[in-house]
Design a protein around this ligand. Structure first.
Ligand SMILES: Cc1cc2nc3c(=O)[nH]c(=O)nc-3n(C[C@H](O)[C@H](O)[C@H](O)COP(=O)(O)OP(=O)(O)OC[C@H]3O[C@@H](n4cnc5c(N)ncnc54)[C@H](O)[C@@H]3O)c2cc1C
Length: 487
């Protein structure tokens, strides 16, 4: 007989995406162990932006109060061209929080929900025999193995799991890089994406007196030692940053004290498939992109929210047929679109004077609201709409913000006591009924997925049952008669 699994799901990587996923799996009722190679959470200052859709999701999970009041900026940019990001949402614009804080809060949330986070576990072998996944890790106490029904690789842009499986990761290699340093003791003018003759420069001084500088010198490639690697894998010297800064801006910052120095490039790759048997990928492990404008982090967090409830459903005794595969179908398409916009932004941001006419034309087009709004929708994640069938109501796939879904259940918005609400009772462990706001006259009910997107909208009772079955699995009585399988 096959040995029992140690846990239902192993998540590799306790970065923001792995921790978000762990919390989502727990509210979906799944057992989860998170393994991270580091002994301690990183203290590196990385992404600092949460976009509107992520803020909506955090609020739906009851995490808005946990994050507390955050500084908000209505304006962002597209390839360095200033862009107003405000759109109709409770969270217009971009919200500022250091990634270390995001990780700390998500970690506390996931652990509070019962996730088992193990640090100092460096995964070095993964095998999927079709029935379960075995993962081997080096730990301070020696080599350990764990068996699980599924494994999710959230192990970042240099994903070990991706390398171990050798899965196709097509895209573009790095051609340009940005050098970055947090520096104390310098006094240079603040500047946002300043385009100079020899390059592009950014300087932002924090209230604590630390200046973050970023610089790119036009026409310079990426040194082989760094190309396509995580910034920490081959950091530049501070002297390299100060030399390039001097050449581009004419200013001398070499007397400053470097607190953190790194480089990142415009590598742009996306896994051909986000699911390989019992192994799935999310966040930077699934897609690598120039980390600009916070899109990488937000894209990854939203991967986790799309995947969590589906994978939790997959390890129930009777999983919904085909639900798990919708993760790749939905998120790969979103990722492809975001990666394309990041590539466009890299060309605009890091291109020399020859891109000026394109920038000027784009700036003119972005001043027109009907152009700005869809672009802002893409950057903020608010435009995401998952595919719907030809017979579906036009609202299917769109998001419904401002609902309380902290328990991770779906919602049936319908008139209290109606036949449709009665019909959904056998799914009450997975779907909660709420009154339908008087929004629409052409439908009697809206079925909302745990990630806040509409699964179905209509009035026909047997269509609702089909949708409940498809997205949430069989009704409780039927599910209870089946033997547990574990997906
Ligand atoms: C140095 C740096 C600077 C960045 N700056 C910005 C920025 O300014 N703006 C922006 O928008 N984005 C930035 N990013 C990108 C942003 O931080 C990422 O998009 C985000 O962290 C992705 O989250 P993740 O959880 O997918 O991966 P990560 O945050 O990379 O987390 C992966 C986790 O997996 C663990 N891990 C890796 N290998 C193994 C293994 N074999 N076994 C066990 N655990 C493993 C790691 O220890 C890590 O904790 C930056 C990234 C880096 C690395």
């Amino acid at each position: 007989m096959r040995p029992a699994v140690d846990t239902q799901i192993v998540v590799v990587g306790a970065g923001p995406v792995g921790l978000m996923l762990a919390g989502e799996l727990r509210i979906g009722g799944a057992e989860v162990v998170v393994l991270d190679a580091r002994d301690q959470p990183t203290t590196e200052s990385r992404a600092s932006t949460l976009h509107a859709r992520t803020m909506e999701i955090l609020a739906s999970r009851g995490l808005g109060a946990v994050f507390g009041p955050l500084p908000q900026e209505p304006r962002g940019h597209f390839g360095g061209i200033p862009m107003d990001l405000t759109l109709p949402t409770r969270f217009p614009g971009q919200w500022k929080v250091p990634q270390t804080r995001t990780e700390e809060l998500l970690g506390r949330w996931a652990v509070g929900l019962g996730a088992d986070v193990r640090r100092g576990w460096a995964v070095r072998r993964v095998s999927d025999d079709g029935g379960q996944v075995t993962v081997e890790a080096a730990t301070p106490a020696g080599v350990r193995t764990l068996r699980a029904a599924y494994l999710v690789a959230c192990d970042g842009q240099n994903s070990t799991v991706r390398d171990l499986l050798g899965v196709p990761f097509p895209g573009w290699s790095a051609t340009r890089e940005l050098l970055r340093a947090d520096v104390a003791g310098i006094d240079v003018p603040n500047r946002r994406f300043q385009r100079l003759e020899r390059g592009m420069a950014v300087a932002v001084r924090s209230p604590q007196g630390i200046t973050r500088v970023m610089v790119h010198e036009y026409g310079q490639g990426v040194p082989a030692v760094r190309a396509g690697r995580a910034p920490t894998a081959a950091e530049p010297d501070f002297a390299e940053v100060t030399d390039v800064w001097k050449r581009v801006t004419g200013e001398d910052i070499s007397t400053g004290e470097p607190l953190w120095v790194n480089a990142f490039d415009d590598t742009n790759r996306q896994l051909a498939r986000y699911r390989h048997g019992r192994v799935l990928f999310a966040g930077d492990a699934a897609h690598v992109q120039l980390p600009i404008g916070g899109q990488a982090l937000n894209l990854g967090l939203q991967d986790a929210v799309n995947l969590g409830w589906k994978l939790a459903a997959q390890v129930r005794p009777v999983p919904p047929q085909g639900l798990l595969d919708t993760y790749h179908e939905e998120r790969h398409a979103v990722g492809r679109r975001v990666l394309a916009n990041i590539r466009t932004q890299a060309a605009l941001l890091l291109g020399d004077a020859t891109v000026e006419p394109v920038r000027a034309l784009l700036a003119e087009l972005m001043a027109v609201e009907s152009n700005r709004a869809p672009l802002a929708g893409m950057v903020t994640g608010l435009e995401v709409r998952y595919p719907a069938g030809p017979e579906d109501h036009p609202a299917v796939g769109t998001r419904v913000p401002d609902l309380d879904q902290h328990d991770g259940r779906g919602l049936l918005l319908a008139a209290p006591g109606s036949d449709l609400v009665r019909l959904a009772r056998p799914w009450a462990d997975r779907v909660r009924a709420l009154p339908l706001p008087p929004l629409s006259t052409d439908i009697a009910a809206v079925l909302v997925r745990p990630d806040g997107h509409i699964a179905w909208a209509g009035s026909v009772p047997h269509h609702l049952c089909t949708a409940l079955d498809r997205w949430f699995g069989p009704p409780a009585a039927v599910a209870g008669q089946q033997q547990p399988g574990g997906g």
